[in-house]
Design a protein around this ligand. Structure first.
Ligand code: PMP
Length: 358
């Protein structure tokens, strides 16, 4: 599809052209296992350590050794959660935090809008994401010294400011940044605070064994560097794209935005709820017009339930089901954003006039 009309960048992003070129080069030219001692191994190892330094820099880690490569944020989140027994999570967490945490009997923090209440009792781990993947809201942990803090920064890195002060663990995924799918990282402040995920060959400081995904790590590193260098211009671009979509909806009535409820919001994600219309119907209508958006988190599109995030914000179930998520990236053009807004307004008009209020 035409990437300029792909507005589902919170689900995944197109691979940046410069990253794709580098992936191709590494796949073709770099032969070695990063743990072999010969020249081919040393070449691969140097590339891996370069990638680690770039990811550490994007995250603001004190030392590259605090970055452990994983297959993505899901793995990193599950790994952290598996280490603790008394867990508290925010009601806004991605399913890759929420599901394993609830499986381990976690409690969910109370909330007033996006403001979180302090945990009851003495959790050993508190998981509070950076940017919510459905609404773009920037979530702040409640102040309470004591529990170790895990932050899922998958939708934050390279996009909005955050800081690792007081953070024990943080996760991210390359493919949300113009990098390849299937590679991510866990920031571990103190290696002694976590048990190995995979035992075997001792890779990744003995914490995650297995032959390293050299191209993936190099691609993640380059995507991290580019998104770090280009963060301000990408941020400005997203603000303009969002404004263009909203402008085109100026004459559309009966909608609300879970993004606008946030005091502080990432401009890369816009959640719009339309009374009486199914989110999925809108996604299909827009797909037919050549635009990709989603009706919530891609990972939960297989689940029939309304979004727990929107329900926690007090949305009625019907409105939670009438929500579309538009998420922006550097490849989206101003024309495409304007056309998307108009297509959305037209689709809504059509559905509503047909009595599409379901
Ligand atoms: N956390 C958040 C906030 C996300 O948006 C996603 C991806 N939708 C993930 C975790 C999981 O990332 P991955 O699928 O790359 O493991």
């Amino acid at each position: 599809m035409d990437a300029s009309r792909y507005f589902d960048n919170a689900a995944t992003t197109p691979v940046d052209r410069r990253v794709a070129d580098e992936l191709d080069r590494v796949q073709r030219q770099v032969i070695g296992n990063a743990h072999s001692i010969h020249e081919a191994g040393r070449e691969a190892r140097a590339l891996v350590e370069g990638g680690r330094a770039r990811v550490a820099n994007l995250l603001g880690a004190e030392d590259p050794s605090q970055i452990i490569f994983t297959s993505g944020a899901t793995e990193a989140n599950n790994w952290v959660i598996s280490q603790f027994d008394r867990i508290a999570i925010s009601p806004f967490e991605h399913s890759s935090v929420r599901e394993p945490a609830l499986h381990r009997g976690a409690s969910v923090l109370g909330n007033d809008g996006y403001n979180l209440e302090t945990p009851i009792g003495e959790p050993s781990l508190l998981a509070v994401m950076g940017v919510n993947n459905e609404t773009g809201a920037i979530i702040e942990p409640p102040f309470k010294p004591g529990p170790m803090l895990h932050r899922d920064l998958t939708q934050s890195v390279g996009k909005v400011p955050f800081d690792l002060t007081g953070v024990a663990f943080a996760s991210c995924s390359a493919h949300k940044l113009g990098g390849p799918k299937g590679v991510g990282a866990l920031y571990v402040r103190d290696a002694g605070s976590i048990e190995p995920l995979l035992r075997g060959g001792g890779q990744e400081a003995g914490l995650r064994a297995g032959t390293l995904n050299v191209p993936g790590i190099v691609g993640m590193g380059l995507a991290a560097q580019l998104s770090h260098e280009e963060r301000e211009q990408r941020h400005r671009h997203a603000l303009t794209l969002r404004a263009l979509v909203l402008e085109a909806l100026a004459h559309t009535s009966d909608w609300t935005s879970a993004s606008a409820m946030a005091e502080d919001c990432s401009p890369f994600i816009l959640s719009l709820g339309f009374a009486g219309v199914q989110g999925e119907t809108l996604v299909i209508e827009l797909d037919a017009r050549g635009f990709a958006v989603s009706s919530g988190a891609a990972c939960s599109s297989a689940s029939p339930e309304a979004s727990p995030v929107l329900l926690a914000l007090g949305f009625e179930e019907s409105l939670a089901r009438g929500t579309v998520r538009i998420s922006f990236g550097p490849q989206n053009t101003f024309d495409a954003a304007h056309d998307l807004g108009r297509a959305l307004a037209q689709a809504l008009e059509g559905l509503r006039s047909q009595g599409g209020r379901r």
